[in-house]
Design a protein around this ligand. Structure first.
Ligand code: FMN
Length: 178
């Protein structure tokens, strides 16, 4: 017997109730935990741009491809596409404030943020858990997001530290189970 959910807890997805679908979708999908990255690139003036992303994933080893989904209203997305290069900064556990900063659209996200240019020119954020430098391979519109696929040019693990995790709108660290 399922003792964890009553009929009140069940959110049936109904096409006639778009608002309800949105709430149920967000609430249920928030139970899926993810790592957190900041995707960075440069704009036409050479200024750094970036956004917090939880939808990052590895895609292929041969050729080496990774990808993420960016909302079509993201201000960073057009710069990533125009630049044709980006850096995936896998965040460390202590970078949760940075994750919040880069989740604010249009803000001056790089004020007070240390970074160095990657081999491809995209910003590598200081203190990250890993850097993955990419060349844009393909972009595809799916629903209200764009899938952005990058071919991996360089991979760097700068220091042995712990990753940042996101679950139900809260940032966490990892707890290992033997
Ligand atoms: C933990 C976390 C994960 C996120 N993951 C994504 C994501 O995968 N795709 C996305 O488009 N936005 C994601 N966001 C929201 C963006 O960071 C946010 O919309 C940001 O304002 C985009 O900035 P921009 O409009 O300056 O590009 C995430 C936010 C947080 C806090």
């Amino acid at each position: 017997m399922n003792t964890h959910c009553s009929t009140d807890d069940i959110h049936a997805i109904s096409a006639t109730d778009p608002a309800g679908v949105g709430t149920a979708f967000r609430e249920a999908l928030a139970h899926f935990c993810s790592g957190v990255v900041i995707v960075t690139a440069t704009d036409a003036t050479g200024a750094p741009v970036g956004m917090t992303v939880g939808s990052f994933t590895s895609i292929s080893m041969d050729p080496p491809l990774v990808g993420f989904f960016a909302g079509q209203n993201s201000t960073t997305l057009p710069h990533v596409i125009a630049d044709g290069r980006f850096c995936v900064n896998v965040l460390s556990e202590d970078q949760h404030l940075l994750a919040r900063t880069f989740a604010r659209s249009g803000a001056d996200k790089f004020a007070g943020t240390d970074w160095t240019p990657a081999t491809n020119g995209s910003p590598r954020l200081a203190g990250a858990h890993a850097w993955i430098d990419c060349t844009l391979d393909q972009q595809q519109s799916i629903g209200d997001h764009d899938l952005v696929v990058g071919r991996v040019d360089a991979l760097v693990v700068p220091q042995p530290n712990e990753p940042l995790v996101f679950h139900r709108s809260v940032f966490h660290g990892l707890r290992a189970h033997a």
